[in-house]
Design a protein. Sequence first.
Length: 350
Amino acid sequence: MTIDLAFTTRVGVLDLAVDLTVGDEIVAILGPNGAGKTSLLRAIAGLAAIDTGRITIDDVVVDDPTAGVFVPAAERPVGMVFQDYLLFPFLTARDNVAFPLRSRGVARRDARTQADDWLARVGLAERADAKPHELSGGQAQRVALARAIVADPRVLLLDEPLAALDAQARADIRRDLRTHLAGAAGARLVVTHDAVDASVLADRVVILEAGRVVQDGPMQDIALHPRSPYVADLVGLNLYRGTADAGTVRLEGGGLIVVADQSVRGSVYASVHPRAVAVHLDDPRGSARNHWPGTVVEVDALGDRVRVRIEGAVPIVAEVTADAVRELALAPGHAVVASVKATEVSVYPA
């Protein structure tokens, strides 16, 4: 099956413009708050009409304003799991899962039998008679997933399905969710703002920022070649954009980076891992060809490492040991010099 999305729509102050095709795969829609992730799912589900363009599911047009076509949500082959699950509070887990089948005319006994089967698949056979308030967050998430899948939709949409869970439950449910999604058929789209969720759950990741797709591909490729400050920050890299020529990259905002690759030319991105950055009190001696003076603006401990944000002609984040912070007495306002070897700079076309 295939979903083809080529549309624009205005949601509040956001102009959402998407050109995307999703096949029989698990796709994570990853982006910051306000990027348009939930609005994208709502458009596919038929919960909001688009302004221009077209949405098709298996070559059937479900939304085309120009042609006057709009298939209501209840008539689309789409299942959706909302962020807060939206289970019916007065129904048992069994009847919540059976509801989509009953609404399509399936006999009560058959619907409940299928519901019991899916509750068993998600490990909740013994909780079939429980009401939502009697379930944990993880159990409610599984009921919502079973309800979305039971009618065998060709499209399955999940909006921040793990956001309401605590850290331990999130890790446990994430693994189970990947198993259930992998066992389902059709297009499966998962909205998240968590890079770990995207990496574990999805075959492919689509980065959405300010209503536009800025990157699309496997998470590993996106992490190696970020194309926006948001993605770079998400995967923990320093990212710069500039013009490369003869082994140097002149940055758009000023500053110069020396790189090992002498052949690269033109508009490029340059990325540096924070662990490749050394911090000194004075201009250092050694093999590093990049020396950037600056001022420490933030010092944040992260486990046994410390991230030091430095502002200067080339702003950069270094990740150093706690011992280094103590030895150098690093603190906001202190003047330092950051150094990076040319071989530690990754350069790729913009």
